[in-house]
Design a protein around this ligand. Structure first.
Ligand code: NDP
Ligand code: 8X3
Length: 257
Protein backbone atom coordinates (compact mmCIF):
# COMPACT_ATOMS: atom_id res chain seq x y z
CA UNK A 1 0.00 0.00 0.00
CA UNK A 2 1.11 3.53 -0.67
CA UNK A 3 0.31 6.78 1.07
CA UNK A 4 -2.64 8.37 -0.78
CA UNK A 5 -0.86 10.31 -3.49
CA UNK A 6 -3.03 13.36 -2.92
CA UNK A 7 -2.32 13.37 0.79
CA UNK A 8 -1.39 16.72 2.32
CA UNK A 9 1.21 16.27 4.92
CA UNK A 10 2.67 18.54 7.59
CA UNK A 11 5.90 17.72 9.32
CA UNK A 12 7.68 19.62 12.09
CA UNK A 13 11.43 19.57 12.48
CA UNK A 14 11.86 18.98 8.77
CA UNK A 15 15.15 20.87 8.52
CA UNK A 16 17.42 18.05 9.73
CA UNK A 17 17.77 14.41 10.72
CA UNK A 18 14.66 12.24 10.91
CA UNK A 19 12.31 15.00 9.71
CA UNK A 20 14.38 15.74 6.63
CA UNK A 21 14.53 12.02 5.80
CA UNK A 22 10.75 11.74 6.30
CA UNK A 23 10.20 14.57 3.81
CA UNK A 24 12.23 12.67 1.20
CA UNK A 25 10.45 9.35 1.88
CA UNK A 26 6.96 10.89 1.71
CA UNK A 27 7.96 12.69 -1.52
CA UNK A 28 8.85 9.28 -3.02
CA UNK A 29 5.30 8.18 -2.16
CA UNK A 30 3.84 11.18 -4.03
CA UNK A 31 2.59 13.14 -0.99
CA UNK A 32 2.34 16.92 -1.03
CA UNK A 33 4.47 18.32 1.77
CA UNK A 34 4.36 21.21 4.22
CA UNK A 35 7.77 21.43 5.89
CA UNK A 36 8.05 23.33 9.16
CA UNK A 37 11.05 24.31 11.29
CA UNK A 38 12.90 27.41 12.48
CA UNK A 39 15.77 27.23 9.93
CA UNK A 40 13.82 28.19 6.81
CA UNK A 41 16.93 28.36 4.60
CA UNK A 42 17.39 24.63 5.26
CA UNK A 43 13.75 24.01 4.40
CA UNK A 44 14.07 25.94 1.13
CA UNK A 45 17.18 23.92 0.16
CA UNK A 46 15.36 20.68 0.99
CA UNK A 47 12.29 21.81 -0.96
CA UNK A 48 14.43 22.53 -4.06
CA UNK A 49 16.23 19.19 -3.76
CA UNK A 50 12.92 17.31 -3.46
CA UNK A 51 11.30 19.17 -6.36
CA UNK A 52 14.23 18.31 -8.63
CA UNK A 53 13.47 14.62 -8.14
CA UNK A 54 9.67 14.83 -7.78
CA UNK A 55 8.17 17.42 -10.11
CA UNK A 56 4.63 16.13 -9.60
CA UNK A 57 4.18 17.07 -5.93
CA UNK A 58 3.67 20.39 -4.11
CA UNK A 59 6.12 21.36 -1.39
CA UNK A 60 5.49 24.31 0.93
CA UNK A 61 7.70 25.52 3.73
CA UNK A 62 6.63 27.15 6.93
CA UNK A 63 8.74 29.07 9.44
CA UNK A 64 7.65 27.69 12.79
CA UNK A 65 9.03 27.69 16.31
CA UNK A 66 6.81 25.12 18.02
CA UNK A 67 7.67 26.38 21.53
CA UNK A 68 5.02 29.12 21.38
CA UNK A 69 1.34 28.24 20.97
CA UNK A 70 0.67 31.62 19.39
CA UNK A 71 3.29 30.88 16.67
CA UNK A 72 1.57 27.60 15.89
CA UNK A 73 -1.91 29.11 15.83
CA UNK A 74 -0.80 31.97 13.54
CA UNK A 75 1.16 29.69 11.19
CA UNK A 76 -1.69 27.20 10.85
CA UNK A 77 -4.43 29.81 10.49
CA UNK A 78 -2.44 31.40 7.61
CA UNK A 79 -2.06 28.04 5.86
CA UNK A 80 -4.37 27.66 2.82
CA UNK A 81 -4.40 23.85 3.31
CA UNK A 82 -5.21 24.14 7.05
CA UNK A 83 -8.46 22.19 6.82
CA UNK A 84 -7.04 19.61 4.49
CA UNK A 85 -4.13 18.01 6.33
CA UNK A 86 -4.12 14.21 6.13
CA UNK A 87 -0.93 13.37 8.00
CA UNK A 88 0.77 15.24 10.83
CA UNK A 89 4.24 14.07 11.80
CA UNK A 90 5.15 15.56 15.18
CA UNK A 91 8.91 15.21 14.94
CA UNK A 92 10.41 18.49 16.24
CA UNK A 93 12.29 17.68 19.40
CA UNK A 94 15.55 17.97 21.25
CA UNK A 95 17.55 17.18 24.34
CA UNK A 96 19.79 19.58 26.20
CA UNK A 97 22.80 18.21 28.06
CA UNK A 98 23.31 15.17 30.20
CA UNK A 99 23.09 16.89 33.58
CA UNK A 100 21.86 15.10 36.65
CA UNK A 101 18.52 16.47 37.84
CA UNK A 102 20.09 18.51 40.62
CA UNK A 103 21.91 20.62 38.01
CA UNK A 104 19.20 21.00 35.35
CA UNK A 105 18.52 24.69 34.64
CA UNK A 106 15.03 26.14 34.32
CA UNK A 107 15.94 27.23 30.79
CA UNK A 108 16.90 23.69 29.72
CA UNK A 109 13.76 22.29 31.37
CA UNK A 110 11.53 24.83 29.61
CA UNK A 111 13.17 24.34 26.20
CA UNK A 112 12.75 20.53 26.32
CA UNK A 113 9.16 20.61 27.56
CA UNK A 114 8.08 23.50 25.33
CA UNK A 115 9.52 21.83 22.20
CA UNK A 116 8.88 18.14 22.85
CA UNK A 117 5.55 18.34 24.69
CA UNK A 118 3.83 21.71 24.32
CA UNK A 119 4.78 21.96 20.63
CA UNK A 120 3.35 18.52 19.90
CA UNK A 121 0.17 19.20 21.89
CA UNK A 122 -0.60 22.64 20.45
CA UNK A 123 0.15 21.64 16.87
CA UNK A 124 -2.10 18.61 17.28
CA UNK A 125 -4.81 20.90 18.67
CA UNK A 126 -4.43 23.16 15.62
CA UNK A 127 -4.67 20.31 13.07
CA UNK A 128 -7.04 17.77 14.65
CA UNK A 129 -10.32 19.73 14.22
CA UNK A 130 -9.74 19.76 10.43
CA UNK A 131 -9.06 16.02 10.47
CA UNK A 132 -12.26 15.47 12.45
CA UNK A 133 -14.27 17.58 10.01
CA UNK A 134 -12.86 15.54 7.09
CA UNK A 135 -13.29 12.28 8.99
CA UNK A 136 -9.79 11.17 8.09
CA UNK A 137 -6.22 11.72 9.22
CA UNK A 138 -3.13 10.24 10.80
CA UNK A 139 -1.02 11.76 13.57
CA UNK A 140 2.43 10.20 13.85
CA UNK A 141 4.45 11.19 16.90
CA UNK A 142 8.19 10.65 17.11
CA UNK A 143 8.67 9.36 20.65
CA UNK A 144 11.84 7.69 21.89
CA UNK A 145 13.27 4.82 23.87
CA UNK A 146 13.54 7.67 26.40
CA UNK A 147 9.74 7.51 26.60
CA UNK A 148 9.95 3.88 27.68
CA UNK A 149 12.78 3.99 30.23
CA UNK A 150 14.99 6.46 32.09
CA UNK A 151 18.73 6.88 32.48
CA UNK A 152 21.07 9.06 34.54
CA UNK A 153 21.37 12.48 32.97
CA UNK A 154 18.16 11.99 31.00
CA UNK A 155 15.51 12.90 33.59
CA UNK A 156 13.82 15.83 31.86
CA UNK A 157 14.20 14.55 28.28
CA UNK A 158 12.90 11.13 29.41
CA UNK A 159 10.01 12.84 31.22
CA UNK A 160 9.15 14.77 28.05
CA UNK A 161 9.19 11.61 25.92
CA UNK A 162 7.17 9.70 28.57
CA UNK A 163 4.67 12.55 28.16
CA UNK A 164 4.62 11.94 24.39
CA UNK A 165 3.98 8.25 25.11
CA UNK A 166 1.05 9.08 27.41
CA UNK A 167 -0.40 11.69 25.06
CA UNK A 168 -0.23 9.23 22.15
CA UNK A 169 -2.04 6.57 24.20
CA UNK A 170 -4.73 9.03 25.36
CA UNK A 171 -5.33 10.22 21.79
CA UNK A 172 -5.76 6.63 20.59
CA UNK A 173 -8.60 6.24 23.14
CA UNK A 174 -10.09 9.63 22.31
CA UNK A 175 -10.16 8.96 18.56
CA UNK A 176 -10.97 5.26 18.40
CA UNK A 177 -14.56 6.03 17.34
CA UNK A 178 -13.23 7.93 14.30
CA UNK A 179 -11.14 6.82 11.29
CA UNK A 180 -8.30 9.05 12.56
CA UNK A 181 -5.21 7.06 13.53
CA UNK A 182 -2.56 7.98 16.08
CA UNK A 183 0.84 6.27 16.07
CA UNK A 184 4.15 6.58 17.83
CA UNK A 185 7.59 5.57 16.54
CA UNK A 186 10.20 5.27 19.30
CA UNK A 187 13.78 5.18 18.04
CA UNK A 188 16.90 4.27 19.94
CA UNK A 189 20.18 5.69 18.68
CA UNK A 190 19.86 7.60 15.39
CA UNK A 191 22.83 9.49 13.95
CA UNK A 192 21.42 12.98 13.29
CA UNK A 193 22.17 16.44 14.69
CA UNK A 194 20.51 15.29 17.93
CA UNK A 195 23.77 14.71 19.87
CA UNK A 196 25.40 17.88 18.47
CA UNK A 197 22.42 19.82 19.83
CA UNK A 198 22.57 17.87 23.11
CA UNK A 199 26.24 18.81 23.61
CA UNK A 200 25.79 22.41 22.43
CA UNK A 201 27.79 22.00 19.22
CA UNK A 202 30.64 19.89 20.68
CA UNK A 203 31.23 17.65 17.65
CA UNK A 204 33.74 15.38 19.41
CA UNK A 205 31.32 14.57 22.24
CA UNK A 206 28.55 14.04 19.69
CA UNK A 207 30.67 11.70 17.52
CA UNK A 208 31.61 9.64 20.61
CA UNK A 209 27.94 8.71 21.07
CA UNK A 210 28.05 6.75 17.80
CA UNK A 211 31.65 5.41 18.10
CA UNK A 212 32.03 1.68 17.41
CA UNK A 213 28.33 1.21 16.63
CA UNK A 214 26.33 1.19 13.41
CA UNK A 215 23.58 3.56 14.54
CA UNK A 216 20.25 4.01 12.83
CA UNK A 217 20.07 6.81 10.27
CA UNK A 218 17.19 9.19 9.59
CA UNK A 219 16.07 7.17 6.58
CA UNK A 220 15.63 4.03 8.72
CA UNK A 221 13.02 5.86 10.79
CA UNK A 222 11.51 7.67 7.80
CA UNK A 223 10.82 4.33 6.09
CA UNK A 224 8.94 3.19 9.22
CA UNK A 225 6.97 6.44 9.30
CA UNK A 226 5.83 6.03 5.67
CA UNK A 227 5.15 2.32 6.30
CA UNK A 228 2.95 3.31 9.26
CA UNK A 229 1.13 5.93 7.18
CA UNK A 230 0.53 3.54 4.30
CA UNK A 231 -1.26 0.72 6.16
CA UNK A 232 -4.85 0.01 5.13
CA UNK A 233 -7.45 2.14 7.01
CA UNK A 234 -8.33 -0.62 9.51
CA UNK A 235 -4.70 -1.02 10.66
CA UNK A 236 -3.09 1.30 13.20
CA UNK A 237 0.50 0.76 14.26
CA UNK A 238 0.13 2.25 17.75
CA UNK A 239 3.70 2.01 18.92
CA UNK A 240 7.02 0.90 17.49
CA UNK A 241 10.34 0.63 19.40
CA UNK A 242 13.32 0.55 17.03
CA UNK A 243 16.99 0.06 17.93
CA UNK A 244 20.21 -0.41 16.04
CA UNK A 245 21.06 -4.12 16.23
CA UNK A 246 23.89 -3.36 18.68
CA UNK A 247 21.56 -1.58 21.17
CA UNK A 248 19.43 -3.28 23.83
CA UNK A 249 18.33 -0.32 25.99
CA UNK A 250 18.82 3.46 26.05
CA UNK A 251 22.30 3.23 27.52
CA UNK A 252 23.14 -0.42 26.76
CA UNK A 253 25.07 -0.51 23.52
CA UNK A 254 27.63 -3.02 22.26
CA UNK A 255 30.61 -1.15 20.81
CA UNK A 256 33.31 -2.62 18.58
CA UNK A 257 36.71 -2.20 20.26
P1 NDP B 1 17.87 16.76 14.73
O1 NDP B 1 18.52 17.67 15.72
O2 NDP B 1 18.69 16.28 13.58
O3 NDP B 1 16.53 17.43 14.17
C1 NDP B 1 15.63 18.06 15.05
C2 NDP B 1 14.63 18.84 14.25
O4 NDP B 1 13.71 19.47 15.16
C3 NDP B 1 15.27 19.92 13.40
O5 NDP B 1 14.70 19.94 12.12
C4 NDP B 1 14.91 21.21 14.16
O6 NDP B 1 14.72 22.27 13.25
C5 NDP B 1 13.58 20.82 14.79
N1 NDP B 1 13.27 21.66 15.94
C6 NDP B 1 13.95 21.76 17.12
N2 NDP B 1 13.40 22.70 17.89
C7 NDP B 1 12.36 23.23 17.17
C8 NDP B 1 11.43 24.24 17.43
N3 NDP B 1 11.44 24.95 18.59
N4 NDP B 1 10.49 24.54 16.50
C9 NDP B 1 10.48 23.86 15.33
N5 NDP B 1 11.33 22.86 15.02
C10 NDP B 1 12.27 22.57 15.94
O7 NDP B 1 17.35 15.52 15.61
P2 NDP B 1 16.52 14.20 15.21
O8 NDP B 1 16.17 14.21 13.78
O9 NDP B 1 17.27 13.07 15.75
O10 NDP B 1 15.24 14.40 16.12
C11 NDP B 1 13.92 14.29 15.63
C12 NDP B 1 13.04 13.68 16.70
O11 NDP B 1 13.49 12.37 16.97
C13 NDP B 1 13.06 14.41 18.04
O12 NDP B 1 11.74 14.48 18.56
C14 NDP B 1 13.94 13.52 18.92
O13 NDP B 1 13.62 13.65 20.28
C15 NDP B 1 13.57 12.17 18.36
N6 NDP B 1 14.53 11.10 18.63
C16 NDP B 1 15.81 11.17 18.19
C17 NDP B 1 16.70 10.14 18.46
C18 NDP B 1 18.12 10.16 18.03
O14 NDP B 1 18.92 9.34 18.56
N7 NDP B 1 18.52 11.02 17.11
C19 NDP B 1 16.25 8.93 19.18
C20 NDP B 1 14.87 8.96 19.60
C21 NDP B 1 14.05 10.00 19.32
P3 NDP B 1 15.19 23.80 13.51
O15 NDP B 1 16.37 23.75 14.42
O16 NDP B 1 15.48 24.29 12.13
O17 NDP B 1 13.97 24.45 14.10
C1 8X3 C 1 17.07 9.78 21.94
C2 8X3 C 1 17.60 8.54 22.53
O1 8X3 C 1 18.88 7.48 24.44
O2 8X3 C 1 19.56 9.70 23.81
O3 8X3 C 1 15.70 9.93 22.14
O4 8X3 C 1 17.53 9.35 25.02
S1 8X3 C 1 18.42 8.81 24.01
Amino acid sequence: AHVDENAQLIRTGASAGIGEACAKEFAKQGSNLILAARRTERLEALKNEILQNHRDIKVDTMSLDVRQKKNIDTAISNLPQKNNIDILVNNAGLVIGLDHLVDVTEDAFDTMFETNVKGLVFLTQAILPGMKANNRGHIINIGSVAGKEAYPGGSIYCASKHAVDAITRSLIFELMDTPIRVSQICPGMVNTEFSTVRFDGDKEKADNVYKGVDPLIGQDIAELVTFTASRPPHVNICDMLVFPTAQAAATTVHRRT
